[in-house]
Design a protein around this ligand. Structure first.
Ligand SMILES: [Cu+2]
Length: 643
């Protein structure tokens, strides 16, 4: 049931879209769908919409003809059952699909030349995994630049139940036309064999006994949960937001508000992860093509997997299914793709008065989470809401690192770390770009770059103690790209200059930068042309409904972001003062590989936080309830502690 204009497409709406396109345009098995997604109504329309108003539903499809490789964007009006637009998009390559990944594996598995190349190296073709990757334009072979081109990495497991990413078949890649699944080239370099590595992570395969000294730890909420979900609308404590899910971003948080007294106050219109770029920082034969744009090239939502109670999420969980199309345009349901739950997070606030005793409140947080498996890696995404007004986005990366055999037992390795016998793991970076369409008390906002500095010693500052702050308004898009500076504790406040708090200052939310690292690329590197966004910590743009993907609408096989990406958006130098602004925060993991990340990587965590900064007139969690003390010594200020 659709009850709001921002509700994600239902299975029926996906089916209706492909059925209509089959009828109107003869779309059949000679085509593939890259995506079918809700065509979100313009922000102005959504904001003007009231419960009970009519909802006009539209889908946006991207599809291509496998024979001609011609790409089309189709907008279907689902309310009228009409095709509203059908636009040819020359010169672009849509995202790759999960179906192509699987089809490629099936085709290569039976391809005689591929099998022969593996057997020549003593690799059992029945124990390999064919890992299809997309190309950046700069590394595509010249003669195939007009094709839908994939390159395939080959991995061998030691046994049927062994780690599929245990042994890279180093020095052997297959180049495939992904439309026809024709093998264009078997690219053969060196053969370094399969070193004897300690790669197994499943206890039974390792022959390892699991430890037995852990007692059960369970989370129970005997009276149920304290949140409510009404359609896509989530309410918990003072928070309210809508939840969406699509093939590209995975979860999307819409219309995030906080109830302050009787007023629901706007904080954000839309928040999501808009791109992820993982360049491997190693130009050798095995790795020079490895520059993954996992969101734009593959789709984060497509990679989301089903979650298991007790393993992935602990406690009283509400699960939501992910409903997405396959490449035939049929709906596919990922059961339990999104986990919603409350968590205990230690202490929210506390003070011990020697006379009156302790006042302490537990921090409870509300979490929206998904897990995506992107080939060898997993990304776990947590959007967390706190009673003090904080919003946190945390990413955990785990899974299996890409490894590579070396020619000899070199102890040090320039572009990676030696992690096993004659094996290194190349250094790489995981850049994430969060799209944060903040609306602090409405759309008219100004971004102020804040810094701290020591005031010089003077008559009024004789001990040099004075610490001052300064703020610089980011005036227009020619100033869009901002870098981090640890020395001045730089941060960014999104202020509403039209609304003052009780103490006379503009209400604001602050982006406290963490998890950022410099891109460390030569200025002329092709990856920076494809995605210049990674060259800065933060970008600020004026809101446009069409400006969604910082590396461009179609980053697969792209040369640059000039079509509809960051460089194009900021070229017109639009005003950013007292206007509707969007923040693009670049963060992630600078992964200098570790031995301890092998054979499976314990989660690496990065996060950033949006904090109220004068948004409220005081701590908004003053009404947090006392937790009933359990068999403890202090209750309601009275302590009877036995020592
Ligand atoms: Cu990594």
């Amino acid at each position: 049931m659709v009850s709001h204009p921002l509700d994600s497409l239902t299975a029926d709406e996906i089916s209706a879209t492909s059925a209509l396109l089959a009828g109107e345009k003869g779309i059949d098995s000679g085509w593939r769908y890259a995506s079918i997604v809700l065509q979100e109504p313009p922000k102005t329309e959504v904001k003007a919409w009231n419960a009970g108003d009519a909802i006009v539903r539209r889908s946006l499809s991207v599809l291509w003809n496998k024979l001609s490789n011609d790409v089309y964007e189709a907008v279907v009006n689902l309310s009228d059952g009409a095709l509203e637009s059908w636009v040819h998009k020359p010169g672009v390559t849509p995202n790759f699909t999960v179906d192509e990944y699987h089809d490629c594996d099936v085709e290569l598995r039976k391809h005689p030349d591929v099998r022969a190349a593996l057997e020549k190296r003593g690799v059992n073709p029945d124990l390999v995994l064919f890992d299809l990757w997309t190309y950046g334009n700069e590394v595509m072979p010249e003669q195939w630049r007009d094709r839908r081109l994939g390159w395939v990495d080959i991995w061998s497991r030691a046994s049927e139940k062994g780690n599929p990413y245990a042994h890279p078949v180093s020095g052997l890649k297959v180049i495939v036309d992904v439309n026809s699944m024709e093998v264009l080239e078997i690219d053969e370099g060196h053969d370094r064999g399969l070193p004897e590595v300690d790669a197994e992570y499943v206890p039974e395969v390792r022959g390892l006994a699991e430890r037995t000294d852990l007692k059960p730890l369970d989370i129970v909420q005997p009276e149920g949960v304290s949140f409510g979900l009404d359609g896509s609308l989530l309410r918990w404590q003072d928070w309210e937001f809508r939840l969406g899910f699509n093939y590209r971003e995975g979860p999307v948080l819409y219309q995030v508000r906080f109830k302050d007294g009787d007023e629901y106050r706007d904080i954000a219109y839309r928040m999501s992860l808009a791109e992820m770029i993982v360049p491997y920082r190693d130009s050798s034969f095995d790795h020079y093509r490895r520059t993954a744009f996992d969101i734009g090239e593959w789709g984060f939502g497509y990679m989301c997997t089903s979650l298991e109670l007790g393993c992935d999420c602990l406690g009283e969980i509400t699960y939501l299914d992910g409903v997405l199309p396959n490449s035939a345009g049929e709906p596919q349901v990922t059961k339990n793709a999104i986990c919603l739950h409350e968590e205990d997070d230690a202490v929210l606030w506390k003070h011990v008065d020697p006379d009156q005793g302790a006042e302490v409140r537990r921090m409870r947080r509300f979490v929206v989470s998904v897990h995506a498996t992107v080939a060898n890696y997993e990304y776990l995404v947590y959007w967390r809401f706190y009673p003090d007004g904080n919003i946190e986005c945390e990413i955990r990366a785990t899974g299996i690192m890409v490894s590579t055999p070396m020619e000899d037992e070199t102890p040090g390795f320039a572009t990676g770390t030696v992690i096993d016998r004659r094996t290194y793991a190349p250094h790489h970076q995981h850049f994430l770009v969060a799209r944060l369409d903040l609306d602090v008390d409405g759309e008219e906002n100004t971004v102020v770059e804040t810094e701290s500095f020591a005031a010089p010693i003077s008559d009024t500052n004789p001990y040099g103690l004075d610490l001052h702050t300064r703020g610089t308004v980011i005036k227009s898009e020619s100033e869009a790209g901002r870098s981090y500076d640890w020395q001045v504790q730089r941060g960014w406040k999104v202020q509403n200059p039209n609304r003052l708090n009780a103490w006379g200052n503009p209400t604001a939310y602050k982006l406290a930068p963490t998890g950022h690292f410099p891109a460390m690329f030569d200025e002329s590197s092709p990856i920076l042309k494809r995605n210049p966004v990674i060259g800065n910590t933060l970008w600020v743009t004026r809101h446009h409904d069409t400006e969604m993907w910082p590396a461009g609408d179609y980053p697969t096989q792209s040369k640059n972001d000039l079509g509809n990406g960051m460089s194009a958006w900021i070229a017109d130098d639009e005003n950013l003062v007292n206007d509707d602004v969007v923040l693009w925060y670049v963060f992630g993991i600078h992964h200098i590989t570790r031995v301890e990340d092998w054979p499976i990587m314990p989660v690496d965590k990065v996060s950033f936080t949006l904090k109220p900064f004068g948004f409220f007139d005081l701590n908004p969690s003053m009404d947090a309830p006392r937790s009933p003390a359990k068999g403890s010594c202090c209750v309601g200020g009275e302590c009877h502690c036995e020592h």
